[in-house]
Structures are given as structure tokens and as C-alpha cells.
Design a protein. Structure first.
Length: 244
């Protein structure tokens, strides 16, 4: 086990819930054999999600560009869990090294998003998958600085907005629209789990959103799917299809 009982008690519920949600989506999609997959998490931070997922997969490599975040890591490496400091745009692995890549709430922090996408495609085996989650540029409340319409603006205007509100000096987040995110992952087959999380959050252990989705889950499924350009956040499975 990579966590002691004491550390488990200190893990923020939101991080643990995020790991549980990812594992539930992966189990739903893969059905059988998740415990055999070799996994890479890009942008693992201090390793909490990697540590949780290490108990579900065949081994996980947590990669983080921020050395300070890795130094805050409270989760000990083991036979199933390793950490490396590296940039996701220059992955230090050979082609077709992994069955599964986790990219959870990371893409929006990256300027070289096209390079990141190409690197993920490169290191995945044919038929391999990537779990992707990330925000929509046109969500009403920006999820890092919690200001309305912040990410809708050109970056120079977002910087002025941040300074005027005292929330920061530079808007260092680069989210895309729904269509921009689809274009980013155009080499993959996209399976959208977002609408399923809205309709049945309880099936994916998403207890935090259960109350939030109380109204929306009552909508007919076709209506929920039509609203996808306006989802505040996306949860997708990206498949590197054989022969593509």
C-alpha cells in the first residue's frame, strides 16, 4: 500500500473523489483487465491521484514538471508507483510504452497543447486510451480564479481583470472551447462520459456533483447531449485506434 492510515485521513476529499471517479469511468469503459494496464499520469502534482489509481491498475508512473509539487509528495513510491519530474510536451518514454494515460485538469495549464496531444498519442500503444478531463473556455465561472467570464476574454483583457479584482497579475490558464478541445484530440476516437456523469453521477462515485446535478439529470438525455458545447467541464475517453 502506498498510503498509511494517517495519510489517508489527510487526503482532501475532492482529490480522492476525483481518483474514484476516474477509476469508475475506466472500469465502465474497459470492463475487464484494468488491473493489467501500464499507466502514465501527466501532471500528477504531489501524487495523490496516482497513489489512489495505483491500487486499480497494473502500475502507474506519475509525471510532474513542477519540482516543488513533487517535493511535497507524501505518497511513497512502490513497485506499482513511480514519480518523475518531466514536461508532458517532451515525455521521456519510448513510443508505445503505455496502455493508459491520465490527463486530468492539466491541458489548460499548458501553452504547447498540440505538442502535448502528439506526445500522448506517441507513447500510447495502438488501442490504448487516455482519460481526459478539462474545462470549457466558455464556462460562466472560471475554475481557477473564480471570476465570471474571465476565460472568455482575450488574455490581455483577462490580465487587466485579474489585477482590477486583486486576484492575480497574469492569467496563466489557456482553456479551449468545446470545438477547440475536439480539434486538439482529433487523432483519437472520442467517447464522451460527460453527459453520463450529468445524468447518473451516482454510478461513477461523483457524490460531490449529485446535488448540483439534481435539476439537470431530470432532463431527457437527448437534451443533455445537445448542451455539450456549454458543459463547464469535459470527461472523455480518447482511444488511439489500431491502424490510425
Amino acid at each position: 500500500m502506498c498510503m498509511t492510515k494517517e495519510i489517508k485521513e489527510r487526503v482532501p476529499v475532492s482529490r480522492a473523489a476525483q481518483a474514484d471517479k476516474i477509476a469508475a469511468i475506466l472500469r465502465d469503459f474497459i470492463d475487464d483487465g484494468l488491473e493489467e494496464l501500464r499507466c502514465l499520469e501527466i501532471g500528477c502534482g504531489d501524487g495523490e491521484i496516482s497513489c489512489h489509481l495505483a491500487q486499480a491498475v497494473g502500475g502507474i508512473w506519475g509525471l510532474e514538471v513542477n519540482g516543488e509539487a513533487l517535493r511535497r509528495n507524501r505518497f511513497e513510491p512502490s513497485g506499482l508507483l513511480r514519480y518523475t519530474q518531466a514536461d508532458g510536451r517532451r515525455l521521456p518514454f519510448e513510443a508505445e510504452s503505455f496502455d493508459l494515460v491520465i490527463l486530468a485538469q492539466v491541458y489548460e495549464h499548458t501553452r504547447g497543447q498540440e505538442t502535448l496531444s502528439e506526445e500522448i498519442y506517441r507513447v500510447l500503444k495502438p488501442g490504448g486510451i487516455c482519460f481526459f478531463s478539462g474545462p470549457n473556455r466558455f464556462r460562466l465561472i472560471e475554475s481557477h480564479y473564480f471570476l465570471p467570464f474571465l476565460s472568455w476574454l482575450p488574455h490581455w483583457m483577462s490580465n487587466i481583470y485579474l489585477r482590477a479584482t486583486g486576484r492575480g497579475k497574469e492569467f496563466d490558464i489557456f482553456p479551449r472551447s468545446y470545438w477547440g478541445i475536439k480539434h486538439l484530440w482529433r487523432r483519437f476516437c472520442i467517447i464522451d462520459y460527460t453527459w453520463r456523469l450529468i445524468k447518473t453521477p451516482e454510478l461513477f462515485g461523483d457524490k460531490e456533483r449529485l446535488e448540483q446535478m439534481r435539476f439537470f439529470k431530470r432532463l431527457p438525455t437527448p437534451i443533455i447531449k445537445l448542451l455539450k458545447p456549454f458543459y463547464p467541464n469535459y470527461n472523455w475517453i480518447l482511444v488511439k485506434e489500431n491502424g490510425v
